[in-house]
Design a protein around this ligand. Sequence first.
Ligand code: ATP
Ligand code: HSE
Length: 320
Amino acid sequence: MAVFTPVTLDDLTPWMTQFPLGKALAIKGIASGIENSNFFIRTEAGEFVLTIFENLSFEQLPFYLKLMRRLADHGVLVPAPIANANGNLVVALHGKPAAIVSKLEGESQMSPLPIHCAEVGKMLAQMHLAGQGFEIVQPNLRGLAWWHATVPLVLPFLNEDKQALLRAEIHHQDAFASTASYQALPSGPIHADLFRNNVMFDGERLTGFFDFYFAGCDTWIFDVAVTVNDWCIAPETGVLDLARVEAMLAAYHAVRPFTAEEAIAWRTMLRAAAFRFWLSRLYDYYLPRDAEILTPHDPEHFERILRLREAASAPALPQN
Ligand SMILES: Nc1ncnc2c1ncn2[C@@H]1O[C@H](COP(=O)(O)OP(=O)(O)OP(=O)(O)O)[C@@H](O)[C@H]1O
Ligand SMILES: N[C@@H](CCO)C(=O)O
């Protein structure tokens, strides 16, 4: 159950009159998802998704909604936010921020083949390029500063071995973040959570990226690493599947060539991407917010991946 704020058709009908979508005809809560209240809605203009944001504020939301609007306008397949009569993309519903976006066709591909990974790599590169020059700068709120704030909170729950791993990795990431190679990495708005459950496919055709609510400004190569660490692994072990890694990286590189600094950063970024989700999963596991996280994700999955990425060299990035 992921509807924290219920909405009925009677609630929706007067609220919808501010949107150019005709009359509201039906509303249905979406069961999956752990962050927000999501609904499929049908209006005279078609099918849409209504989201009520449970944790993000009115101040934070324009970054995400305007970014999605910009990406959609540049031909990147993402849900297009719908503005109300005053041009606002975020409007209060039951006292909380809410937005309507277009509904993507298709479903998540949880057992991707190299062809799916290539589609994701290509669209990810297109997304990075389309985000260049985006006027709102909001940092990745799960970046280095958040890691430093969060590591001390989870350390008391961990055994010595895990504590040592967490400490050593944040030290390694700090050291790399101060290098000239890191400073030279291309950056801009990134999705930052492009897991398989945040992409839709219709067969082999990618129909869209969604769930942009962890997006922020950070290095593009970190976004690639997050994506590879979920799409291109054996799910039980976290070991990289070379055919899928190569398919994703080659497709990305064909649209937006990797730089020499990114090749230097690659292995550290794969570790950073594993570390980020190990840490957030530890935090959600040991310090859950109210009753919202009903089934916390398994932290050990990303601990395993971090250990693997530390121990073994990563497949090289393509270079021109
Ligand atoms: N624009 C959209 N088009 C089609 N389906 C959507 C769209 N947005 C959300 N959904 C559906 O709603 C579900 C939950 O959405 P979403 O993943 O954004 O929720 P969430 O609360 O942020 O969850 P989580 O953080 O666990 O991913 C998705 O798995 C998807 O099936
Ligand atoms: N993708 C995150 C959840 C937040 O969307 C995880 O698997 O830990």
